[in-house]
Design a protein around this ligand. Structure first.
Ligand code: ATP
Length: 456
């Protein structure tokens, strides 16, 4: 793979994919804004996910729940008490670290801190003389646990204010709507609820571009099923999650499953799919068998029965949940990494090209008049094709330079309007990957491209 984080950050900034957040004010650490090209790519990734997991999944339904939820939700989910990370400060340079990350980096992944208590982590750091990556000293404060939820307050007067949280995950929006969705769709278990939305975490060590940010989007799908069928569906969702990535064009050599060594007390099984990011193998998504923990806790805390009544057997039970969760921004980083290529061309020049799946690319077609004088005809073509999909228009610079610009953002097809176009109504269509060109009637371009950009 040829992508490095620096190359990706520079390309994204230069080509309108992702900009640093609040840049004119000097930025705001670990926030990023998607530009004109980036917003299209991210929307396309979200669309592909929704198509696969909601639209084409048997018995799956979507929701879009509120970000701000009743605080009792977070008591029930356990986030108010245990959504914490082990924080340690370097006494010398005052940098804040996660103790588990320090151990993982020091042992180069050989030691798994997930299985350690805070005391064991402190002892390991002392014994192995783990140093601060910033200043090189080994002098840390004891571990303190730090809740990752962002707090804000709701109310019109100072006295009457209540604490509310920006949701740290979207999943609870699916759980609290379990009854609503079941009732209104008359769905029979097993069925699924999917959601795409923003989540917020006051991460101790955000960074690595959009890999770990404090505000991000999640795409989560909960599959409600009967106890006893859960192991089968866990395996099915592992496969579905894997196939989704491979169908998006990911090389299976760049993906691997990683079982969790330490399971949450309620979880029966859990694993991640890791991707070979420029920072090394890291989590891209998770698949969890959460038993009936979530619905049971909501039943307990809300006082509302969360049982499902099987209409055939008359059996009443609280369903188990198989959760599949992937960050849209983390998928974006993986897609950028996977697509990035530098090719040496016949003449010795190099070109940077993003080999996105055509369904993911921001613009499906760039319309380029061979010369500015052909602009009117080219704009006509642009207008016509824009009715079918996102198109770019570019008339500045040599045709070679314009091809390069489109290659760098991964536009799969360039349509060139030339002097023959006015006479025979045909254009040249250039393929991004093979750079081969064919001649097509203008009226056939939308159908030709439409076939190629499908995500099935
Ligand atoms: P990590 O171990 O990386 O902190 P996690 O196990 O806490 O992640 P989950 O709570 O399972 O992550 O969240 C599901 C998915 O959401 C992750 O697989 C990842 O794709 C994405 N995600 C989680 N935290 C962040 C973040 N801070 N920034 C961007 N994406 C995130």
């Amino acid at each position: 793979m040829k992508a490095t984080m620096d190359k990706l950050v520079n390309l994204c900034k230069g080509r309108g994919i992702i900009f640093p957040g609040s840049e004119i004010y000097g930025g705001m650490g670990n926030t990023w804004d998607y530009g004109p090209v980036g917003v299209e790519i991210k929307n396309n990734l979200k669309r592909a996910w929704w198509k696969r997991f909601v639209q084409e999944s048997d018995n799956s339904f979507g929701v879009d729940a509120a970000i701000l939820m009743n605080s009792r939700v977070w008591d029930a989910s356990g986030h108010t008490t245990s959504f914490t990370d082990p924080k340690m400060d370097c006494k010398n340079c005052k940098t804040r670290h996660r103790a588990d990350n320090l151990i993982e980096a020091h042992s180069k992944g050989a030691v798994n801190p997930d299985t350690m208590t805070n005391e064991e982590m402190e002892a390991y750091i002392k014994e192995h003389h783990v140093v601060c990556p910033k200043c090189g000293k080994s002098d840390f404060t004891p571990i303190r646990t730090f809740n990752l939820m962002f707090e804000t307050s709701r109310g019109v007067t100072e006295e009457g204010q209540n604490v509310v949280y920006l949701r740290p995950e979207t999943a609870q929006g699916e759980f609290v709507n379990f009854l609503n969705v079941q009732r209104t769709t008359r769905a029979k278990v097993p069925f699924g609820i999917g959601q795409i939305g923003k989540a917020f975490r006051n991460e101790i060590t955000p960074g690595n571009f959009i890999f770990r940010t404090i505000e991000f989007e999640q795409m989560e799908h909960q599959w409600f099923c009967k106890e006893g069928t859960d192991a089968k569906y866990y395996e099915e969702f592992k496969k579905k999650a894997w196939d989704f990535l491979v169908d998006l064009g990911f090389d299976p050599e760049h993906l691997r499953f990683k079982d969790h060594d330490k399971l949450a007390h309620y979880a029966k099984s859990a694993c991640d799919i890791q991707y070979l990011f420029p920072i090394g193998w890291s989590e891209l998504n998770g698949i969890h068998n959460r038993t009936n923990y979530d619905l049971s806790r909501h039943a307990e805390f809300s006082g509302k029965a969360m049982d499902y009544l099987d209409p055939v057997t008359n059996e009443k039970y609280i369903p188990y949940v198989i959760e599949y969760s992937i960050g849209a921004d983390r998928l974006m980083l993986a897609a950028l990494t996977e697509a990035y290529d530098e090719e040496t061309l016949d003449g010795g020049d190099t070109r940077v090209v993003m080999h996105f799946h055509p369904a993911v690319a921001a613009y499906k077609v760039a319309v380029l008049p061979l010369q500015k004088s052909l602009g009117d005809k080219a704009r006509e073509v642009y207008k016509k094709l824009s009715k079918s999909f996102m198109c770019a228009y570019d008339e500045a610079g040599s045709i070679g330079k314009r091809y390069r610009r489109q290659d760098e953002i991964g536009t799969p097809y360039c349509v060139t309007v030339d002097f023959d176009t006015a006479n025979d109504n045909t254009v040249t269509l250039r393929d991004r990957d093979s750079m081969e060109q064919i001649r097509l009637n203008i009226d056939d371009v939308a159908a030709y491209v439409g076939e190629k950009i499908k995500f099935d």
